[in-house]
Design a protein around this ligand. Sequence first.
Ligand code: NDP
Ligand code: HEM
Length: 484
Amino acid sequence: MSPPFTNSNGCPIPDPLASQRIGKHGPLLLQDFNLIDSLAHFDRERIPERVVHAKGSGAFGYFEVTDDITDICSSKFLDTIGKKTKTFTRFSTVGGESGSADAARDPRGFSTKLYTEEGNLDLVYNNTPVFFLRDPTKFPHFIHTQKRSPETHLKDPNMFWDYLTSNEESAHQVTILFSDRGTPASYREMNGYSGHTYKWSNKNGDWHYVQVHFISDQGIKTLTNEEAGELSGSNPDHAQEDLFKQIAKGNHPSWTAYIQTMTAEQAKAAPFSVFDLTKVWPHKDYPLRRFGKLVLNENPKNYFADVEQAAFSPSHTVPYMEPSADPVLQSRLFSYPDTHRHRLGVNYQQIPVNCPVAGVFNPHMRDGLMNVNGNLGSTPNYFSATNQFKTEEFKLQEEQEVWEGAACPFHWKATDAEFTQAQALYKTLARYPNQQKNLAHNVAVHALAADHAIQDRVIAYFAKVSQELADNIKKEMYELSPRK
Ligand code: NDP
Ligand code: HEM
């Protein structure tokens, strides 16, 4: 049995479904707090949805250290083989609204919060190892073209392809997106990649550039374009349903975690910049090294409390793990906490799903909307000779990278060399049945909705990946929509 029904200030309400009025059919009374309280609360139920990655699913779990990498990183949660750290993971699509279809052709977000003894570590990853851009000023432009037209409020294939073909550094990511990996069968059957290069170090001050891979223990499973289209109509929430039901059944999905590492010298010698988010580190040159396992074993009891209010940021990090100078990553460090302050409020870190298990003590950050943790009581809220706060030392990497140069605007323009890794991927696809063919088909049926001039640009763009691919795209487009 539930406890007795009350209004929001705890006063028992004997008949919650009766409204106070004059006589049986007369107007309502302003004094009826039960009615006004419930309507006013209902009116405010929605918070802003995430500006990207609005549709998502989440689960609690744990990260377990399986192999020693203390030579690379001295973060405490990695210090012992077998050590487990509680986690919360949220998967998402990117471009659609919070009610949109899980089967959409889109990258998938793969964010994990590790509640470590040194504070929360957020791994805010995607299921693809690269991205559409490497200059953060392009991000709002890019996202606008993947969402709705400001005029028609429709998804617009012209602006979608106009942007991508005008920004050729996108070709590697777009080739992945239009392969069948652009439509994963479920959140369980896809990988997660840091994409960005990070900087990890050990207590001796040795440091490495690092890329992280979470490889699905369920294997990779994808949908064809047609299966994804059908599923979007018949069950727009198929990935949410799959994740929730599999975990409820005790079928706990897991991922094996690996790193790739580079020294500063290796990075200088690499044929690409480690700060270029459109590039992967080839496996044969930078082999994967296993270090852990992520297991999801507990569904949230309440979707809004945990999944909707989860606030991830690449800037939520722990000692010995730092961002690299990748400009997209640098911008993300600002953008996520900024949007959380807008979406959830300045005290978003006090919401239980976001609250670190490590003690938080920053007494100058006080008050603000929805401060609910006691606000540090009478502790002084300033630092001075009389109010000294204890601090904990860990070795800062002061000599790691030394930057010098004039402040200048810099356009990281695309060249034909951009296409090298997309070309490698196209060749890789030949190893998998139908994958080169499906890529051509998936592009053709999508770009068919664009104007002829844009279609021609799509064909020219993919010709730089592979002439065979471009020919196949063109052939199918012309067959499906003959040009007069
Ligand atoms: P490898 O031959 O060592 O690796 C090929 C990789 O391609 C495998 O990880 C495979 O994943 C992945 N793959 C297969 N199909 C697709 C697809 N449709 N979309 C994305 N990835 C796919 O080669 P390299 O390391 O030299 O990389 C070659 C290309 O593979 C890259 O240009 C990149 O596009 C892609 N790739 C590379 C990754 C890396 O970190 N090096 C990571 C992921 C993709 P699996 O083994 O799970 O089937
Ligand atoms: C979500 C900004 C690039 C992965 C978001 C959100 C913003 C944002 C504002 C919404 C967050 C929220 O409301 O909680 C940006 C900017 C980028 C960028 C400005 C580039 C300049 C990337 C890249 C990746 C990525 C490169 C992956 C490597 C994600 C994920 C989420 C997300 C996984 C969903 C987080 C969640 O589950 O709550 N991004 N993003 N983003 N972004 Fe990015």
